[in-house]
Design a protein. Structure first.
Length: 133
């Protein structure tokens, strides 16, 4: 139990430290974002409002945000389903994970991809064709 507590404290400290570093970095830059980034972000927000703000109040309510998340999920699925059969095979999933398709970019930041797992030998005829797990 004490080990879990230590891990929780370390994780919390890392998160707080990261947030503080980001805040300091923003403060050091004069508190402003890159103008190009800010303009693109504002344009994207405006496009999202035009597309999903069904009631026209200038904000996305819970239902409108759910519709937006659903559309984004469908787009992500389509990116992973490279052969268009409506199903994601393990190979498509692996390829998508390697390329970061359909996933938020920070998810794989700094991660090294594992090597391919070795193929399991086919079941022999003497065990009735069943896998022993």
């Amino acid at each position: 139990m004490l080990t879990k507590m230590k891990l929780a404290i370390i994780a919390t400290a890392a998160l707080v430290g990261g947030a503080a570093s980001a805040t300091l970095a923003l403060a050091d830059s004069g508190g402003t974002q890159n103008p190009d980034f800010a303009a693109k972000r504002a344009q994207r927000h405006q496009m999202m409002l035009q597309k999903y703000d069904a009631n026209g109040d200038g904000k996305l309510d819970q239902t409108e945000r759910a519709a937006m998340r659903h559309d984004r999920m469908v787009d992500s699925f389509k990116k992973l389903d490279t052969n268009g059969d409506g199903q994601i095979s393990f190979a498509e999933f692996e390829n998508g994970a390697k390329l970061g398709r359909g996933m938020h970019g920070r998810m794989h930041h700094g991660m090294k991809h594992r090597q391919q797992p070795q193929q399991q030998a086919p079941a022999s005829a003497d065990d009735g064709g069943t896998d022993n797990l």
